[in-house]
Design a protein around this ligand. Structure first.
Ligand SMILES: NC(=O)C1=CN([C@@H]2O[C@H](COP(=O)(O)OP(=O)(O)OC[C@H]3O[C@@H](n4cnc5c(N)ncnc54)[C@H](OP(=O)(O)O)[C@@H]3O)[C@@H](O)[C@H]2O)C=CC1
Ligand SMILES: O=C1O[C@H](COP(=O)(O)O)[C@@H](O)[C@H](O)[C@H]1O
Length: 466
């Protein structure tokens, strides 16, 4: 049954911006190729452009995203597109937009704009009476701390109901992140292991080989904790630790995720290590005396029946040795039985769910080799080889937004809880430690995992260059 929120028009605010050009337009092309688009697409931005000039830019975006561009498909997409130029703070823009949307009842407004404009845009849409049956997608960041996240929501809620707001976090569109729920609850083997009686600790790593590049001005105001930990990684943790949802709706899913976040106490500053890669301060747009972190590592706990006593370690950073995002459950050691040779050398089993770049799962077991040597034996699965290629996140999220599926979009209470968890770290940031480019971050982060297995080198599947 079609959702009552299925869109009959798409309006992209910020169509000329970096995100729209690199991600949104190529995603729309791929949806067109699958035959999943319907209705007009209106791009809005400040630049003075004609419809034809927008189409030329769109073609360039699709070409730069890679893969062949099929003329007939691109022409179909281009045929839907039109452009509206104006200032998002000018009420006249919304009157013009309303005229372009005549006859359309359920537009999706996708805000790929500076976050400071989210409030004014929603107000403009409301004043032009465009929001009755509309939905509004907003890109992260949802605030820059707890207070501003609450304030942003207050502004949006003056015009919109909660279910009209789609908070886009592209990690929630990643196939293996979605897969986590099924892996855990469709497999008794996993479900039985996934609890404090079996798990010694959890490590979540998001390592990037690149630095901040041309995003210095943006990044220096944000830092690693806000950029990827508060949003992507805490939402992934919520999925890793949640109880099974009682039903299939977005509410069922988010109720369980939020339960996990509510059970996580705010992180103590002593459990947080910040790092900055060598040379960061020379990046264009970065302050010469910047103390912004490009690496963050923290230890937290989940105070509920299932996870109490299991430390969760999260680390993320730029200019690290590999590009890798993974969740690693380190299982408890087996009992030391007398019949096994040298039982102290048995390594604990580990379950790794790799999110990026080549998604998959590893079960790390232990076996005795020919010469009575303990060996680590990996059982690996690459999801794309078993399940076929996954839909890229922006395509999946755009499709969900257009078809009225709220499940992959973050709910406000989850956002508030995740800011609460990191707020002490933002209010009282510890000193930042330098680290060399290509290293695993500052060695100070090693003290966080004292008492658990050290930080584990991520699983990089064979054939994938590090
Ligand atoms: N870039 C990325 O990789 C990511 C970005 N995001 C988020 O997405 C959003 C957009 O980011 P990004 O694309 O990088 O930003 P850009 O600065 O590249 O683009 C901003 C867009 O907003 C338009 N714009 C700005 N001010 C006005 C105004 N007053 N009136 C009308 N249009 C205006 C610009 O139009 P014009 O230039 O034509 O005037 C442009 O199209 C931000 O919220 C960002 O945090 C989230 C994840 C990743
Ligand atoms: O949101 C962000 O994510 C990217 C990493 O995303 P991925 O899909 O390539 O893992 C990160 O580089 C960027 O700094 C951040 O804003």
């Amino acid at each position: 049954m079609p959702s009552r929120w299925e869109a009959d028009a798409l309006v992209i605010f910020g169509i000329t911006g970096d995100l729209a050009q690199r991600m949104t337009i190529p995603a729309l092309y791929r949806l067109e190729r699958r035959g999943l688009l319907d209705g007009p697409i209106i791009g809005v931005a400040g630049s003075e452009l004609t419809d034809a000039e927008l189409v030329v830019r769109a073609r360039k975006s699709v070409e730069e995203a890679g893969g062949p561009v099929i003329d007939a498909i691109f022409d179909r997409l281009a045929g839907r597109m039109s452009y509206l130029s104006g200032d998002a703070t000018d009420p006249a823009l919304y009157e013009r937009l309303a005229r372009m949307l005549t006859g359309r009842r359920r537009p999706l407004f996708y805000l790929s704009m500076p976050p400071s404009l989210f409030g004014p845009i929603v107000e403009g849409l409301g004043t032009a009476r465009l929001t009755a049956q509309a939905r509004v997608a907003v890109e992260k960041p949802f605030g820059h701390d707890l207070a501003s996240a609450i304030e942003l929501d207050r502004q949006l809620r003056q015009v919109l109901e909660e279910e009209q707001i789609l908070r886009v976090d592209h990690f929630l569109g990643k196939e293996p992140v979605i897969e986590l729920e099924y892996l855990r609850f469709a497999n008794t083997a996993m479900a039985e292991l996934w609890q404090r009686g079996r798990v010694e600790s959890i490590q979540i790593t998001m390592a990037e080989t690149l630095g901040v590049g041309s995003r210095g001005t943006f990044y220096d105001k944000v830092g690693c904790l806000r950029d990827v930990v508060q949003n992507h990684l805490l939402l992934v943790l919520a999925l890793v630790a949640m109880e099974p949802p009682v039903g299939p709706s977005a509410k069922d899913l988010w109720d369980k995720r939020v339960e996990v976040l509510r059970a996580i106490p705010a992180v103590e500053v002593g459990n947080y290590v910040r790092g900055q890669y060598a040379g960061y301060r020379q990046t264009p747009g970065v302050a010469p005396d910047s103390t912004t972190e490009t690496y963050a590592a923290l230890k937290l706990e989940i105070n509920n029946w299932k996870w109490a006593g299991v430390p969760v370690y999260i680390r993320a950073g730029k200019h690290l040795p590999v590009k890798d995002t993974e969740v690693r459950l380190i299982l408890k050691e087996p009992p030391r039985l007398g019949f096994m040779p040298d039982p102290r050398r048995v390594e604990p089993n580990q379950i790794v769910v790799r999110i990026d770049p080549l998604a998959g799962m590893r079960l790390q077991l232990c076996a005795l080799g020919e010469s009575d040597e303990w060996r680590t034996v990996p059982l690996d699965t690459i999801f794309a080889r078993e399940l076929g290629p996954a839909m890229p996140p922006y395509e999946r999220l755009m499709l969900a937004a257009l078809t009225g599926d709220s499940r992959p979009f973050a709910r406000q209470d989850a956002i508030v809880e995740s800011w609460r968890i990191v707020q002490p770290l933002l209010s009282y940031p510890p000193p930042v430690h330098p680290y060399p480019v290509g290293s695993w971050g500052p060695t100070e982060a090693d003290r966080l995992v004292a008492g658990s297995l050290p930080w584990q080198a991520p699983w990089v599947p064979e054939g994938e260059s590090a």
